[in-house]
Design a protein around this ligand. Structure first.
Ligand SMILES: Nc1ncnc2c1ncn2[C@@H]1O[C@H](COP(=O)(O)OP(=O)(O)OP(=O)(O)O)[C@@H](O)[C@H]1O
Length: 365
């Protein structure tokens, strides 16, 4: 790893508190919070240590652990009776952002169709936005665009702004673009590769995305032209692979993983959708498609991360059909809880990957 550039702290910082915080490691980045540049404030006000930690994502999966570790370390400093920890977040980006203003572009792909890729993509986008990130969602499933419908904006139409850029539609705190908002409903798209390539380019580069922490891209199933176009157009942060647990889906998912690997796109993790079903009347869990396939798939590629398992749940479908993804409509349902945790795990993976690529510290306030 390259050495970390020195982090400068402003003079208002309490030296003993900073020294204590140097003993606290970020649990995923395995470096102390001070040298990572994550401490924005460390002051002693009366007997209270007031500490502001700037996380690398608002969806940090280990926020509670960090809070407990910071509190424990600060309480050991002389004169501290209580600790108040405040959190901020600043998502980092690779050395050159994938698009101007867009810190991370994450594609959501699958080998097989119908495994729930669009459902996962829309729920991840809404979950990350709800956690405080600025999120875009691009429906690159040009042959079967379903994001507009799932976001409750099936009849909205894309307009151009004053600079003649496509203006993303906003719903549930997410900015999105979908072919479904360009074409009349129910019409088929008959395009060849080069036309698809230029459509993808326009969706990415001629759209007013503004500043985004995460741009989630819902791909068509399989390993075709759109996937190729995307890998050639932007430096993708990575890919999330959605699969169901049965062998036929896993076989196709492994082809998708192989394609991304050949294109040098990091695999951020695998999501096992429709993993199991919990009968609402009896509470019994049934592994309808054979739970655990994603773990085996991950192992067969040398230990890829499994981001989580999402149960088969009628609310996921009903909420998508009603235009309000389950993480918002039924946030406490088992499927939504799992999807929210997957969003946190994904954000955590992205932070770790970005950190490993560059040890630039966060600029101090
Ligand atoms: N965990 C789940 N529980 C219940 N229904 C689900 C779940 N995940 C997805 N579905 C439903 O399955 C159907 C297919 O899902 P979705 O459109 O997200 O799949 P896809 O992989 O994007 O499909 P395509 O190949 O057409 O792009 C939808 O009706 C969706 O609501």
């Amino acid at each position: 790893m390259p050495p970390s550039p020195a982090v400068r702290y402003n003079s208002g910082m309490h030296e003993n508190l900073l020294a204590a915080l140097r003993t606290v490691n970020d649990p995923e980045l395995h470096r102390d919070l001070v040298s990572l540049g994550m401490i924005e404030r460390a002051e002693l006000v009366g007997g209270t240590a007031e500490i502001k930690v700037n996380l690398t994502t608002p969806a940090c999966p280990l926020k509670a652990t960090i809070e407990a570790d910071v509190t424990r370390a600060a309480m050991l400093v002389g004169g501290v009776d209580s600790v108040r920890v405040e959190f901020g977040a600043q998502v980092r980006t690779q050395a050159t952002p994938p698009l101007p203003g867009v810190k991370n572009v994450i594609v959501v792909g699958s080998g097989k169709g119908g495994v729930g890729k669009s459902s996962v993509a829309s729920n991840l986008a809404c979950a990350l936005a709800r956690m405080g990130a600025s999120v875009g969602l691009l429906d690159a499933d040009v042959y079967g665009p379903s994001i507009a419908h799932m976001m409750g904006q099936g009849s909205a139409r894309i307009t151009a702004n004053a600079e003649k850029k496509m203006q993303p539609i906003e719903a549930h705190g997410v900015r999105f673009l979908s072919m479904g908002n360009l074409m009349p409903a129910g019409q088929a798209l008959v395009w060849r590769g080069p036309m698809l390539h230029s459509a993808i380019q326009q969706f990415l580069k001629d759209a007013a995305w503004g500043t985004l922490d995460y741009l989630i891209v819902d791909l068509p199933p399989g390993t075709g032209d759109v996937q190729l176009s995307l890998t050639q157009t932007v430096q993708l942060t990575g890919a999330v692979i959605v699969t169901t647990p049965q062998d036929v889906a896993l076989l196709d998912a492994s082809r998708a993983i192989d394609m991304f690997r050949k294109a040098n796109v990091p695999i951020l993790g695998i999501v096992e959708n429709m993993s199991y079903f919990v009968a609402p009347d009896t509470g019994h869990s049934y592994d309808i498609f054979g739970r655990g396939g994603a773990k085996k798939l991950a192992q067969s590629f040398g230990g890829l991360p499994v981001l989580g398992e999402v149960p088969l749940d009628t609310e996921v479908r009903q909420d998508s059909d009603a235009g309000r993804p389950a993480v918002l409509a039924h946030p406490d349902s088992p499927a939504a809880l799992s999807l929210s945790q997957i969003a946190r795990n994904l954000a955590g993976r992205i932070s770790v990957q970005t950190f490993q690529g560059s040890l630039e510290p966060l600029p101090m306030a």
